[in-house]
Design a protein around this ligand. Structure first.
Ligand SMILES: [Zn+2]
Length: 430
């Protein structure tokens, strides 16, 4: 029996342990926002991984958005070095989103029923974290003298942008190419799919200006909301058709996200909303300001400067037709698109492992939205990163979220095999 086969059998024999670990993680409610129990979950993982001779660092993202003494942003990085060779890193976020309504099972008990573990975070992504830990532990137990290094990180705040998690660590060199060579993020992409990257993001706030006046004599003021209406009309007539005609070669799923998109996140003009329990009337005032937040998702074929220039040109066109039109355009947030090459060693290793384990070639996909790969790519400057893990993506953030035990076992085997390939390959090369 070759090593990969022995490793696969070993991981399969640890199914009970995998289930118990996943349940234990679900039972620590790491709701974000506000960011609860990060320290507790990191301590549990630290105790476990230290027992495997992994060096564990607990790192608080002090000063990161959301970090406070009440809600500290704790992260864990565990590393074990073998002899000289590449480092394979498994990164999972530990936070989960709010519970919401319509659950039929308790969300933080890790109920096991008919081969599924239920709970908030079961699918996104404590199932993936547990699977990667079992894969690494089995590998280390069978092959204590390996070439290279293995790391597992458990990081905060992915659901709110990752600034108190992967971004913070990347800024401190934890994802730089001189420390890490290959990254696998076990997000719930389904056990037969490899996610290569994501589209780009540009968030901006547009504000149109007017001048205040009495609502009975609007001609003495200048209505900022009407100016914004003209902006939206121009978007409907020119921008949206242009965006949906622009197609990418990136294999984005779902299919509809293979075009450029723009969402209007919010719009606000005039007086603030009155509280629901207030029984009076608003005052008759011409609004002198209207603000709109846009979320533009762009393709790898597009340039961010062009994306911004296109929107500014639209605003300028509106201004040509409306003499009093004045606007501000403020950048809020931007992320470059990223897509790891299919020939990258981490992609080839996981592909081979999926083929061997499932008897089929994986689908290569790109995510419509971003995840922590953005920080690894932009701050860490590390290109060899993919998302691969158990769980059905559509179940993420839903009521009665669950992860299949079989899926966890299969993806743990795939991760274990990929680990063996990536470390062994280079041992052969050096
Ligand atoms: Zn996730």
């Amino acid at each position: 029996m070759d090593f990969v086969e022995r490793l696969s059998d070993e991981i399969r024999s640890r199914e009970g342990e995998l289930v118990a670990l996943c349940q234990a993680l679900i039972r620590i409610p790491t709701l974000n926002p506000p960011g609860e129990n990060y320290r507790e979950i990191c301590e549990v993982l630290k105790a476990r991984l230290s027992a495997r001779q992994m060096d564990c660092q607990l790192i608080r993202a002090e000063g990161a958005p959301g970090d406070s003494d009440t809600y500290p942003r704790w992260n864990l990085i565990a590393r074990r070095d073998g002899t000289y060779g590449p480092c394979v890193h498994f990164n999972s976020h530990i936070d989960v989103v709010e519970v919401g309504q319509d659950w039929t099972v308790p969300p933080f008990e890790g109920v096991l029923r008919d081969g599924r573990i239920y709970g908030r975070g079961a699918c996104d992504m404590k199932g993936g974290l547990a699977a990667s830990i079992i894969a690494v532990e089995a590998f280390l137990d069978l092959c204590p003298d390996f070439a290279g290094a293995v790391e597992i990180s458990a990081t905060a705040d992915e659901e709110t942008g990752g600034y108190g998690g992967v971004a913070y660590l990347a800024e401190r060199g934890f994802f730089s190419p001189d420390r890490v060579d290959h990254v696998i993020i076990p997000e719930p992409l389904n056990k037969d799919r490899i996610c290569l990257g994501h589209r780009g993001v540009w968030w901006a706030e547009v504000e149109t200006h007017g001048s205040i006046g009495h609502g009975s004599m609007p001609f003495l003021g200048d209505c900022a909301v009407r100016h914004m209406g003209a902006v939206i009309t121009e978007m409907e007539e020119a921008l949206f058709p242009a965006l949906s005609a622009r197609r990418t070669t990136m294999p984005v799923v779902p299919e509809g996200a293979r075009a450029s998109t723009l969402n209007i996140n919010s719009i606000h003009g005039g007086q603030a909303e009155l509280p629901a329990d207030f029984t009076g009337f608003p005052a008759p005032v011409v609004p002198d300001s209207c603000r709109m937040i846009i979320d533009r998702r762009f393709l790898i074929e597009e340039d961010l400067d062009d994306v911004k220039a296109e929107f500014r040109a639209l605003l300028d066109r509106v201004g040509e037709a409306r003499p009093r039109f004045r606007y501000d355009l403020r950048d809020m947030h931007e992320v470059q698109p990223t897509m790891t090459d299919r020939s990258a060693p981490v992609v080839r290793a996981v592909t081979a492992a999926v083929e061997r384990t499932l008897g089929q070639t994986p689908d290569y996909v790109v995510s419509p939205g971003t995840y922590d790969q953005k920080h690894i790519d932009r701050i860490g400057r590390l290109q060899n990163c993919i998302a691969y893990g158990p769980g059905i993506l559509d179940l993420a953030h839903q009521p009665d979220e669950w992860v299949g035990v079989d899926d966890m076992v299969v993806s743990a085997i795939v991760m274990g095999q990929a680990l063996a390939t990536l470390l062994d390959t280079t041992r052969g090369e050096t």
